[in-house]
Structure formats: C-alpha cells, structure tokens
Ligand binder design. Structure first.
Ligand code: GLC
Ligand code: GLC
Length: 821
C-alpha cells in the first residue's frame, strides 16, 4: 500500500496529497466520512462505505435514491455491492455486511470515491463518480481473483429508490406503499413511480453485462425482517426476478461468473436520471420512452469510456485547483489551501446548506446570506457561476431593499413561508459583488437588469439593488441610531423580537411586536465595512454625489458605534427589545460575543483609540480555547424569551458558546489587519482540519473538511465537531488565509500583496491566476517579520507600492515580494 505522507497517518486514514485524496482505512469511522460527487445539477453524497444518495438539482423534490437519516445502524441506504464466494459473503465497500475484510480502503478524491476491498484473495475496486455534465452516477467495479484456482462469484448490486419527493417519501406511507412502479428491460431496471401521472422523468440502474437475475422488490431481496447487512438473496445466491408493485421498489442485479486464477472482470453500472417531454413520454401503452436512457447507458458502456471520463474529471479539477497554489513551510497549510479547502468551497457554493449528512435536503433552500458569503471562496475558481449566483440572489430582493432569507433553486423565487427581516441579509450582497468585481474587473455586473421580487420585467440594474441594500440599513435604524436587527442578524439564534413561549413555533420565523427597538452592533460593523465597499463602487462608476452621501452615512454609523456600541473593553453585541445591552459586562451571562468584535474590528471602528486591538485582546482572554474561539461567554444557562434560540441550546453547543467556526476567520482577518501574524495563524489553524489530525477520535467529523460547530468549553465534550461540509467556514477561512494571511488580495486595479504571516516563515511561493495573467510570486521575509512594507519586483523590475496593476500584464510573470520593514 502506497502511503504518501506517513506523518498524517492516523487511526482512520491519511492524506495522499499527490493524488489529491484522503484515504480512509476503516469502515468504522467515528461518523460517516463522506464525499460529494457531481458539480453541475446532478449530485451524490457518498460515505466511506458508499452510504448516501443522489438527486437532481433539488434534494427534496428530485431524489433518486432513499437514505434514512438518524437511523440505526447509522448511514443506512446507499449503493451496495454484495459478493458471495464459497459461502463467504461481504460488501465491496466494507459495509453493510459486517464481515471483516482482509483489506479495506476508501479513497475520497476530487469528485470521485474509490473503494478497495479484499476477502479470501478476491479483490474488488469500485470507483464511483458523476462524469462532467452528466445526470448519472457511474460505478465501475473490477473483481480480481488472486487465488491460484478458479472461483465462482455471485455478485449483487443494490440501490433503493426514493419516490422522488424525499419528504413525502419519509412520511406519507398510506399513499406511497401503493404507488411504486418499475420496468425491467435487458440489464436495466427503470424506476417510473408517478410517471403515469404528472412526472416527466424517470431513473434507471443498468449494467453493461448480461444478468442472471434481478430483484426490484425490497422484501423479496432482503427476506422478511432482515436488514441490508444480510439479504436473503446473497445468502441463497438466487433472485426471483421480482417486479415491484407498490411497497418499496429497489434495483438489484445478480451476476454470476467464474474467474480463473489471476483473472479480473470489470463491470460498469449506471444510475441515471432522464427527462422526457410530455408528448414523447411513452414508447408503447404503459411502457416508458427509454430512448434517452439508452443513450446515457451507451455513453458509459465500456471501462475505456469510463476511464476517459475519469481523466476529464481529473483534468477539470487540476485546472481549477491550479488557479491558486501555495508552497509555505507548513505542509498542512498547503494541503488545506491547495486541495481540500477549495474543494469544499465548490461544494458549499453548489449546495448551500441543503444536503449533507446533517442537513436532510428537505428543509432549507438557498440562503441569501449564506450564498452571498459562499461566493468569496469561489470567485477565483469559476467567476461566471458566481456572477450568475449573485444575480439570482439579487432577483429575490424586495423593492424596499430587504431580502427573502432563502430561495428555492428549482424556481429561483424567494421562499414565502420563511420570509425576510433578517436585517443583515442585504449587505452581504455588497460583499459578494465587490469581491466578484475585484476578482474579475467585470463592472458590467452592475449594469445587468434584475427584477425585484414579484416583478415580471426588470426595471432596474444590479447597482440599484446594491443601493437599496445599503439604504435598507439607513432606513431601519433604532433608538441608539444602530441598525434594527429584525428577526435576527448573522446569528440566526439571537432572536430579540420573538419572545417565544410556545415550543411548537420557530424562533426564526416568529416575530412579535413592531420590532422597532432591538438593534444589532454586528450589523453596524458590517454596514461600516461593506458600506465602504459600496462607497468605493460608487466612486469608481462616477456616482460622486452618491458616494459622498453614502460616505456620510458610513461615518455616522462609525461614530454611533464608538458612542453606543463600545462596552469599555469590547464591542457590545446588541440592544434588546427593552433597550437592554446584550454582550456587555453589565449582563450576567453572554457578556461578550464574537460577531461584533470581528465585524467592528475588521471595519476599523475606533482605531484611533485602539479599540480593535483591545477587542482582540478581550477575545483572546474570554473566548479563546484550544479548539477555536467560542461564540460568547459566559454561556447562557437559562432560557430567556428576550434572547430566543441562542439561550435554548445547552451551554457549549451551537450558538450558545459553541465554537461556531464560520465566525472565527473574522477574528483571524482582524488580527492580520492589526499585523499580529502569530495570532492570525493560531486562530486560522485551530479550526483547520489539516491541523487536527491527532484529535480525530475526539473531533469525530471528516478530517479533511470544516464543520459548522465544535463544542465549546462548557460542553460535555469540548473539541467534538458536528455538521461537517456545508458551512460558511470554508469560504471564510480560505478568504482569510489567502487574502489576509498570505495577503494576496484582489482589488479593483489589480492584485495587492499585503501578507501577515508567521515571523518564522522565511520563504513562501504562491502561484495565482488573475484576470488572464499567471503570477509566480516569491514572498521573502528575511527579517522575520509578520507584516511590513513590501519591496516589489515584477520580472526583475522594481515597482513602487505593493500592487500588481492588472491591466499591464497578461501571460506569465515572476514576482518577488520582500517584507523589508
Ligand atoms: C447557520 C446558518 C447561517 C447563520 C449561522 C449562525 O450556519 O446557515 O446563515 O449565519 O448558522 O446562526
Ligand atoms: C438553527 C441553527 C442555526 C441555523 C438555523 C437555520 O437555528 O441553530 O445554526 O442557522 O437553524 O435554520
């Protein structure tokens, strides 16, 4: 077994940086460790034992396969391959059959997962992926007989169909146990539930090989009261060619074959999705039109074709990851930035918070604030998609500048049952837009005509949307002149206008009273920070008067925070509906919060009086732990209806004094802005998975991606993570590390070089594609500084300042940046 980097080898696996893989060596990881397949509409979630499911575009309404959340055993439902040879039964992915394997490995790579198993010298290699631009999962399985004699093998595939609407599928049994329908033709099993009525789509599971039998009825396959770990079909090595009518339709192929000594066989299974237009639904009465399915099957009917697609996928990722690469003295830093953080950024960009092993895929649409923030980790990779996303978000904005909190990706319409009034929402679009323009130089995004929610025809451009976002804050100020919080700000659980005493209502969608009192200092900081971006955009497009007027609002807010938002040693968090302070030394619990420290410090509020630095010192003193920075302290020990959901959580979890990783990078950035490189790096690395390899057992979640939350010091298990993958932490920590620690920062005119690194780092090299040029940057730090004046040389010529002017360069360039004082 080839091991790339012994130093990362742990109880459950190791990084193989050369292959861009994380290799898992046990089917019994502390939680299912998953990967995502697909990158454009068709997606699959796949655990290290092939559990999970796939869906087309919307994980609620178009789910192909069934998965059981929070079930026993955990990770129940997936793409399973069962083998029976000489009476020994096992799974090619380590589970669900519990037979201990002689060899097991799962390689999670960029858009694919590969599983190696071996039992009694019968080896299998399964590669699962979604080819580029394809609505299908492909499973290529190679079985090799490493014995010195011939062996007969019975192989069974297995997936279980979800009846499309995942929520209904898990609840409406009185209907669903009667609706299931399938067809079988050749080696393909078609799932056509509800196709007879309003659905113009079906799914199929096929294999490029004749089959010896099949099952499509779950009960027949499993046998009464048996689980996925011991299907009767495998035990008896026989199938009944069952055709499901209602109950629970599945797809299982049975293939029996003999392999001589040393012989191998490769099979390709395709799990595909097809849409057919209404006129061409049927090829004969009650027989679905299989033309599109046959095409799809043909595309992947040989292992050569599959190999070509795998290569295309690898090239695609190579190209994307190559847009920015780092070589610092710390391997873990490089691993995070060059591989896994960028990979996670794409996944969070694509899926927002919809489908993970912690988000069931039936609840939430695309979040307005989440999706805007996700773009800051992705704009350098696929800027066209970022532009499209920003404009989609913009089109859900309301005419008064406020925003629907979420929208559905299928309809692109704001979600009426959640509504708006999260008053931080609109300003995130200023961040995403400014960041996009700084990356691309493409000001034309501002001229795009975009509807306001409910409009038929767009009457205003995207710039107007930003202006209304800005004004929405200006027009909604409270008694202290600070922004009204509405239902909540970034912290969904700080519900100052909810006053809930009813356990059956949602904290987030309930708002009592006029809400014209409770105010947020975090939004104030956000307004100053991104308000400055808005002002700069106005200046750059020649709207000088508007720039001046907007600047005045920003300055006013800055003063207001200095006067009303400072507690003495840190920034206050909010004023509640009674006008009481939240996040002040006067409070008995929740005296200090992270969010306002991060935003007000990044905005530089009170810099002349040293407030940002003092706030950072308070963060260090009160909020920092070995596992990251907690959200607040002291934790709330009692529920208060004046604070809402935050006080509903047991101390140390989630928003109640958990380490809510998403906001840690705000502190990292603020520290970097202050020039404190060691602090910035410390906060960065405490939550970065590549640095946490020796606490895998405690940490529990995947050791290659960020999790939303790590339990804080008041919890039963400080350091234990939850809710991996879909978190704003990915985009933010990438942004913090690349733009503020390495200081390679896109700006309107070009690329700024403004690092704040560890003093011990003497040399770092960075390659960065930027607006059609590629820069190979050598960063030198001969005096052991963190931050300082930069001496910049471009292709051997010294230039003034620390900006690489974008319009002067195309092609490849060599940059030397030295921190000189
Ligand atoms: C979740 C939400 C995000 C919110 C955060 C803090 O991660 O997706 O929108 O800001 O929680 O409450
Ligand atoms: C809960 C979670 C919070 C999340 C919100 C979104 O309140 O605690 O983190 O943002 O749900 O629905």
């Amino acid at each position: 077994m080839l091991k790339q980097d012994k130093s990362t080898e742990q109880q459950y696996g190791y990084f193989d940086d050369q292959k861009l893989e994380y290799v898992i060596t046990s089917p019994y990881t502390p939680t299912p460790w998953i990967n995502y397949l697909g990158n454009d509409g068709f997606y699959g979630l796949i655990s290290n034992t092939a559990g999970g499911y796939c869906f087309y575009r919307d994980p609620k309404f178009r789910r192909l396969t069934r998965y059981r959340y929070n079930s026993v055993p955990v990770d129940n439902g997936g793409r399973y391959f069962y083998l029976n040879c000489d009476g020994h039964q096992w799974s090619a992915t380590g589970r669900p059959v519990h037979t201990e394997l002689d060899e097991y490995r799962c390689h999670h790579g960029m858009g694919y997962s590969r599983f190696h198993a071996s039992k009694n010298n019968i080896a299998t290699e399964l590669t699962s992926f979604i080819p580029l631009n394809t609505k299908a999962e492909v499973h290529r399985l190679t079985i090799t007989n490493n014995n010195d004699n011939a062996k007969t093998i019975d192989l069974f595939s297995f997936i279980e169909w979800c009846l499309w609407n995942a929520e209904d599928d898990g609840t409406n049994f009185q209907r669903n146990l009667s609706t299931g329908e399938v067809e079988v033709e050749g080696s393909a099993i078609y799932h056509k539930t509800e196709y007879r009525e309003r659905r113009n789509h079906y799914a199929f599971y096929s294999v490029n090989h004749p089959i010896d039998g099949f099952e499509t009825d779950r009960e027949t396959f499993l046998g009464p009261y048996r689980g996925f770990d011991s299907p009767i079909a495998i035990e008896k090595k026989s199938t009944h060619n069952s055709v499901a009518r209602g109950w629970s339709p599945i797809a299982s192929h049975h293939i029996k074959f003999e392999l001589g000594a040393g012989e191998s066989k490769t099979l390709v299974f395709v799990l595909g999705y097809c849409e057919v237009d209404a006129e061409h639904k049927w090829q004969a009465p009650n027989v679905i039109n299989k033309a599109p399915a046959l095409l799809l099957q043909k595309q992947f009917d040989s292992s050569e074709k599959v190999a070509t697609e795998l290569q295309k996928l690898a090239d695609y990722w190579h190209k994307l990851l190559n847009k920015m690469t780092v070589n610092s003295p710390d391997k873990r830093f490089n691993r995070a930035l060059n591989i896994w953080n960028q990979y996670q950024n794409m996944v969070t960009f694509n899926l927002s918070r919809s489908a993970s092993f912690y988000e069931s895929g039936i609840g939430r649409g695309m979040g307005f604030r989440d999706s805007n923030q996700d773009t800051i980790g992705f704009a350098h990779m696929v800027p066209e998609k970022v532009k499209e996303r920003i404009l989609d978000l913009s089109a859900t904005q309301k005419a008064d500048g406020s925003a629907y909190h979420q929208y559905q990706p299928l309809t692109k319409k704001g979600n009426a049952n959640i509504g708006g009034n999260f008053n931080d929402d609109p300003m995130w679009m200023v961040l995403s837009t400014a960041n996009y323009i700084k990356e691309t130089g493409d000001f034309s995004i501002l001229d795009e005509m975009v509807i306001y929610d409910g409009q038929e025809v767009a009457t205003h451009n995207h710039f107007d949307h930003l202006e209304r976002a800005f004004n929405h804050v200006v027009n909604n100020l409270g008694p202290h002149g600070l922004p009204l919080i509405g239902r909540a700000d970034w912290n969904d659980c700080l519900n100052l206008n909810c006053f809930s005493e009813d356990p059956n209502e949602s904290f987030q969608t309930t708002q009592r009273g006029a809400s014209d009192v409770a105010e947020s200092v975090m939004i104030a900081g956000q307004f100053v920070l991104y308000g400055q971006d808005f002002v700069e955009i106005c200046q750059r497009i020649g709207k000088t008067d508007l720039a001046l007027a907007s600047q005045a609002h920003v300055e006013q807010m800055r003063q207001t925070v200095e006067q009303q938002g400072w507690d003495g040693e840190w920034y206050i968090r909010a004023y509640d509906a009674q006008g009481n302070k939240v996040g002040s030394h006067e409070c008995s619990e929740g005296k200090i919060f992270i969010e306002s420290q991060g935003f007000c410090a990044m905005a530089g509020i009170g810099t002349e009086q040293g407030k940002p630095l003092q706030a950072m010192q308070s963060v260090e003193k009160h909020l920092t732990t070995d596992f990251g920075i907690m959200l607040n302290q002291p934790a709330f020990t009692r529920y208060s209806k004046y604070l809402g959901e935050i006080s509903s959580y047991p101390p140390g979890y989630k928003e109640n004094a958990g380490i809510f990783c998403h906001n840690n990078p705000w502190i990292t950035i603020a520290e970097a802005m202050l020039g404190r490189g060691e602090k910035a790096f410390e906060y960065y690395s405490k939550i970065t998975p590549a640095f946490l390899q020796d606490v895998q057992q405690l940490h529990k979640t995947e050791p290659y991606v960020y999790s939303q939350m790590i339990a804080g010091k008041d919890s039963a298990n400080p350091g234990e993570a939850k809710n991996s993958w879909l978190t704003g932490t990915a985009a933010w920590n990438y942004y913090a590390a690349t733009q503020y620690i390495l200081g390679i920062r896109p700006d309107y005119e070009g690329l700024i070089i403004d690092p704040c690194i560890l003093p011990s780092w003497q040399n770092v090299t960075i390659a960065r594609e930027f607006r059609g040029a590629r820069y190979d940057i050598e960063l030198h730090n001969p005096h052991g500084l963190s931050k300082g004046k930069i001496k910049l040389t471009i292709d051997g010529h010294e230039v003034d300042g620390n900006l690489i002017e974008a319009n002067r360069y195309q092609g490849q360039h060599h940059i030397v940046a030295e921190i000189i004082a």
